[in-house]
Design a binder for this molecule. Structure first.
Ligand SMILES: [Zn+2]
Length: 257
């Protein structure tokens, strides 16, 4: 019996050590991942959500599931990301939630791109939260020509209004093309005079930093501004904004080729 106990103890020790090794390895990988996405998604007026979105990163442990095989050689692939979703409502005024506006605009972007022969992948088609890390993995798995994330801005001072396109080039990565893409989308979005032009801005935003593909984040007006808020409740403006984002992407790709 005593010998058996010793054996048991030995086996337990080996098992425990193996577990420790596994844990340590996971931790290193995990920390590596977090390092990649640790800087917050800070867009003017979105600071509160930063902590939440980073918490969502921490929860991520499974890769994004894709329901069909993707031919990586296929050109003309775009990934569209309607920001936030599910418990993460984004910014809001009363019952008007950013997550719903983002999805509406993004759906119009998707439709327009599809009508023009592009293959489009959405990070979400329904009201659910996709952690930033998963979005990053999804984009980097698909390797689209363009990745666009769609958001609505907010700020404590309600005088701020208008549309802006954010790009980020980590250490100059894809600098020229990211700027060109941002310019092309911004140009299209201000063409019809609906939105005040806030220009293009370089900002270290997690979804942009993590993407290996050319990418931008569009902030479609300020929910905190009365004029913009009216626009964000007008379906025809959501449609034209979504389509203008698509047109900006198409123009960029046509000029590039
Ligand atoms: Zn947002």
């Amino acid at each position: 019996m005593r010998r058996k106990n010793k054996e048991r103890l030995l086996v337990s020790c080996i098992f425990f050590n193996l577990l420790m090794v596994l844990f340590v390895n996971c931790d290193i990988k995990y920390n590596k991942n977090i390092l990649v996405v640790s800087k917050p998604h800070v867009v003017l007026g979105e600071k509160k959500k930063v902590a939440k979105e980073n918490l969502d990163n921490l929860k991520m442990d499974k890769p994004f599931k894709m329901d069909e095989k993707i031919d990586r050689k296929l050109d003309r692939i775009i990934v569209v990301d309607p920001g936030h979703g599910g418990v993460d409502k984004g910014t809001n005024i009363g019952n008007l939630y950013e997550k719903n506006i983002n999805l509406a605009i993004a759906s119009y972007t998707k439709s327009y791109l599809q009508q023009n022969g592009f293959k489009v992948y959405m990070t979400r088609e329904e009201d659910k939260l996709i952690p930033l890390k998963e979005i990053g993995n999804f984009v980097n798995d698909i390797r689209p020509e363009v990745f666009v994330s769609i958001h609505v801005n907010s700020f404590k001072e309600n005088k701020y209004e208008g549309i802006s396109t954010y790009y980020y080039d980590p250490n100059g990565f894809q600098r020229e093309e990211r700027i060109e893409l941002a310019k092309s989308i911004q140009k299209q979005n201000i063409k019809d005079g609906i939105w005040h032009d806030r220009g293009i801005l370089r900002q270290n935003i997690a979804v942009l930093r993590y993407s290996n593909s050319n990418c931008v984040l569009v902030e479609c007006g300020f929910i905190t501004n009365e004029g913009d808020r009216k626009k964000l409740q007008d379906e025809s403006i959501l449609k034209s904004t979504g389509e203008n984002i698509a047109k900006g992407i198409i123009n960029y790709i046509n000029n590039k080729n």
